[in-house]
Unconditional design. Structure first.
Length: 527
């Protein structure tokens, strides 16, 4: 019995040993640090895999006999090869007490990364003057950089360039007019990068901006002549007036007697009018040496304008008597400051303009949203006790309006108006516009004119049908928010002599004379 027990124990031990797990890890080779190493792990039974690091990942998440481990450390600035060790553990999926482990060593070789180069902005310079060039460079590995500057193109060899080999800076002098282009080359010892910049050399500028002032609405921005490009001036509101006032000097010495001729100023406000520019140019002026001239332009900012920042470009140019062009360019930025809510009555127009023989007509009312926000539940009323008019456009709160240049930023309403049996007079109509049903935005008063129907005499026969007065188109300017306005008085249009009673009398008399002559001729023919 004892021998039998020992034999069974040995068999169980052999079976257990036969089921022991074995982990195999494939070897790897050194790999550049910007690439990925894949390690294949395999076992003789289904197993779960783990590692001693949060870096890298397995291709499987559950039990398997094979899995791939991938890892890429990425670049660093150490400039040396890097070695990473990982401990991999495989556990029998059916018996976690059975496991095996292996250590894998992964080697990544250093990869040099090229530097970046920026030679700096393009420049303008006067002949025979020193210009400083300031570029920039960067190396992602932190390597020490060296710099070299070389000519790409030039109008002549008559120039000097002095540069630093350790910093991205240089000094330039151009002795001839023209465009000079240079290349800055940056090296980290293993890789290079390059960039170019240009310098436009002109004759010395003798047209100088002595003073530059802006007026935007009621705001003044003075002494802006030395401001850098892109400087912001005061914001404008829709409908404001923008004025640019510049004092320009001919900086030639008095005793040179060199006149700068045909000097003018052009001002452009870019894309402010539904994508179109506002621009204008002054008259041309000649400026004597050592003298100044003033140039002034004004613009009306559109009532309908999007909230945005708009570029203002000022160009002043002239040519001296030696044929040299002198030019000043300044760029500023102007914002638009719109009220959140600004519904206005744009116009109210009667058709026909006067009610006389026909005592009924229509009134066209235009409402415009000049505000910054869309409006909902817009309501418009037109009332007159004398005309028995009580009109409302509301549509149960479904009238919405957009803003700016949206298609629904304006609303045109046609209101029927009648003056039957009313005496000759002018009758007031009160118009109001509301947002959010009952928040008053604008109101105005216009007049409906009623006149007698006058039938002109034809001189013979039945009276002719009287003509309606010619239509007079009247647009009422928008009133200020919360204010009132009165439409202008309408005048009957003069029809001229051919529409007068005297013309009709003479025409009838002529017809009678012609008829008598014809009858006389016929009597003579039949005698």
């Amino acid at each position: 019995m004892k021998k039998l027990f020992i034999f069974g124990l040995m068999c169980a031990l052999l079976v257990s040993l036969a089921q022991a797990i074995s982990l195999t890890v494939d070897p790897t080779t050194a790999t550049p640090e910007d690439q990925t190493i894949t390690v294949t792990l395999s076992t003789d039974v289904s197993a779960t895999f783990s590692k001693n690091s949060s870096q890298g990942s397995f291709s499987t998440t559950g039990p398997a006999t094979v899995t791939n481990f991938t890892f890429s450390p990425g670049h660093d600035s150490s400039n040396v090869n890097r070695v990473f060790s990982f401990l991999f553990i495989a556990r029998d999926a059916s018996d976690s007490t059975k496991n095996d482990s292996k250590v894998a060593t992964l080697t990544f070789t250093n990869v040099n990364r090229a530097p970046s180069a920026n030679a700096g902005s393009d420049l303008n310079a006067a002949r025979n003057t020193t210009v400083s060039i300031t570029g920039s460079a960067n190396d992602p590995d932190g390597d020490t950089l060296t710099f070299l500057w070389e000519e790409v193109s030039a109008p002549s060899d008559n120039w000097d360039l002095v540069y630093s080999t350790t910093q991205p800076v240089a000094q330039f002098i151009g002795y001839d007019v023209g465009n000079y282009t240079f290349r800055m080359i940056v090296s980290d010892g293993a890789a290079t990068a390059a960039d170019t910049m240009s310098i436009q050399v002109n004759n010395p500028l003798r047209l100088r901006l002595k003073d530059l002032d802006f007026k935007v609405g009621s705001e003044d921005d003075k002494n802006m002549e030395n401001s850098g490009d892109g400087t912001s001036i005061s914001s404008a509101q829709p409908g404001d007036r923008l004025t640019v006032d510049a004092e320009v000097e001919n900086a030639y010495p008095d005793d040179s007697d060199i006149e700068i001729r045909d000097v003018s100023m052009t001002v452009t406000v870019e894309s402010i009018d539904d994508g179109d520019d506002l621009d204008d140019e002054t008259n041309e002026e000649d400026i004597q040496a050592g003298r100044n001239k003033n140039f002034k332009l004004s613009f009306d900012i559109p009532k309908r304008v999007d909230t945005d920042d708009y570029d203002i470009i000022i160009e002043i140019e002239g040519r001296d008597e030696n044929g040299i062009t002198h030019r000043i360019v300044k760029r500023f930025t102007m914002g638009i400051d719109k009220d959140s809510h600004d519904l206005q009555i744009g116009s109210a127009q009667m058709r026909p303009s006067v009610l006389s023989c026909t005592r009924t007509g229509t009134m066209d009312i235009m409402v415009v949203n000049y505000g910054d926000e869309d409006e909902t539940e817009v309501r418009v009323t037109a009332t007159s006790d004398d005309l028995n008019l009580d009109y409302e456009a509301f549509d149960d709160g479904n009238i919405d309006m957009g803003t700016g240049f949206d298609d629904d930023a304006d609303l045109l309403l046609t209101v029927p108006v009648g003056a039957t049996d009313l005496p000759v007079d002018s009758y007031p109509v009160s118009i109001s516009v509301y947002r959010d049903t009952d928040r008053l935005e604008d109101t105005m008063t216009t007049e409906v004119l009623v006149q007698n129907c006058v039938a002109p005499s034809s001189g013979a026969g039945e009276p002719e049908t009287p003509e309606e007065p010619e239509e007079v188109v009247v647009v009422t300017p928008p009133s200020q928010q919360g204010g009132t306005g009165t439409a202008p008085v309408y005048a009957q249009v003069d029809t001229g002599f051919t529409g007068s009673n005297m013309y009709l009398v003479l025409l009838g008399a002529g017809a009678v004379v012609l008829l008598v002559i014809v009858i006389g001729i016929l009597v003579m023919l039949f005698k």
